[in-house]
Design a protein around this ligand. Structure first.
Ligand code: CP
Length: 381
């Protein structure tokens, strides 16, 4: 039982674990290869410990506070599950119920939350150009408060999805891929594709998180989307750079069939039209709710020009018996056909389940000194 855990623990570089202490992961692109390697190994260790019923109360009675400015099912539950497994007390609040809605700045909010909390999760993904900046301001507020009060607590921030990245999702996806392809991702053809959605204009952060992470592991990543659905420049630049450094490749097409042809993995998922998503910034700053509704309707009208961008049996037939992936929830009958969804239902659940262990890895990695020794002690007790 512990052989696999032992192997992972032996593979952990002590300096990499040391570097995680106090670390807030706001995008995977800003994490070094060693940081990422340590976080992924820790997630695999926590998954294995959990499967074997070994308890991991590494941060007892600490407060794991999370603020969500958008809906969530999986990430909220993963946050609560991770905190509970670490012995922390999880508290999740709706961002619109905080004083941020009345104009309190992110920095002030950070200081106030950091006073009590021992870790802070944030989802702020709806407004392009704002979510990641908000998290950085919150972090500045917490760090200034802790420094000014000579408080030695480590209060890491975990990005639970912003406008730029959805790191806990992308790392959960990567762990699912590592399990499916134990020989590694080098040379694997992965299609990250836009797909039609009639429900709402979804953030760009999932495809951005995927292209900027999977290109680090030698995969041949193809991004497909209709005209007007471009992603932000920074993750596109990262994907180009990482793919060239890792020996993989990265290309863009406006043809979903082209992306699916010969693919080993397909990840078809909707996101909003770029220029309309940017229009939300001014409407949001002005607090103009009518304008936000009108922009949303325009997004959906533009999406409706591309209803043929669906992952169905015909398209799956173009692939090399590909693994279908999605961060969920999927628009069944729009992004994906009911048949494809049904065929991959248990794979999708396994993919989603990795997130709890990614969050455990981020929290424990940032908070617990001598983590490898502490984990060994849990096993031998
Ligand atoms: N994939 C994902 O982040 O799901 P939730 O929006 O339900 O958290």
């Amino acid at each position: 039982m512990t052989t696999q855990i032992d192997e992972h623990l032996r593979a952990l570089k002590p300096q990499a674990l040391e570097a995680l202490l106090g670390h807030s992961l706001l995008t995977t692109a800003s994490a070094s290869d060693d940081d990422l390697g340590a976080i992924l190994s820790l997630a695999e260790i926590f998954a294995e410990l959990d499967r074997n019923g070994i308890r991991t109360p590494l941060c007892p009675q600490e407060l794991a506070y999370a603020v969500f400015f958008d809906n969530s099912t999986r990430t909220k539950s993963a946050w609560a599950g991770a905190a509970a497994r670490l012995g922390m007390v999880p508290v999740i609040v709706d961002g619109s119920s905080t004083q941020v809605a009345h104009g309190e700045t992110a920095e002030e909010t950070g200081a106030m939350l950091g006073m009590n909390a021992h870790a802070l999760g944030i989802r702020h993904d709806l407004i392009l150009g704002e979510g990641n900046a908000f998290m950085r301001d919150i972090k500045r507020g917490i760090d200034s408060y802790l420094a000014a009060t000579h408080d030695s607590r480590r209060v890491p921030i975990v990005n639970l999805q912003c406008d730029v990245d959805h790191p806990t999702q992308a790392m959960a996806d990567l762990l699912h891929l590592r399990q499916r392809f134990p020989g590694g991702l080098a040379g694997k053809k992965i299609a990250v594709s836009w797909a039609y959605s009639p429900s709402y204009a979804k953030p760009l952060s999932v495809p951005q998180g995927l292209i900027s992470l999977l290109t680090r592991f030698g995969a041949q990543v193809t991004l497909a989307h209709p005209e007007g659905y471009d992603l932000l420049d920074a993750p596109m630049d990262q994907a180009r750079r990482f793919s060239s450094e890792s020996g993989g490749s990265f290309r863009v097409t406006q043809d979903m069939d082209d992306a699916f042809a010969g693919a080993d993995v397909v990840y078809p998922k909707s996101w909003g039209p770029h220029s309309l998503m940017l229009d939300r910034i001014a409407a949001n700053r002005a607090g103009d709710k009518a304008a936000l509704v009108a922009i949303e309707q325009s997004c959906l009208r533009q999406n409706a020009r591309h209803t043929d961008w669906i992952c169905d049996e015909r398209r799956m037939g173009l692939t090399d018996d590909a693994l279908y992936m999605h961060c969920l929830p999927a628009d069944i009958g729009a992004e994906v056909s009911p048949g494809v969804m049904e065929r991959f239902r248990s794979d999708l659940a396994r993919e989603a389940n990795w997130k709890v262990y990614v969050i455990m890895a981020l929290l424990a990695g940032a908070k617990v000194p001598f983590l490898a020794q502490r984990i060994r002690a849990l096993i031998s007790n």
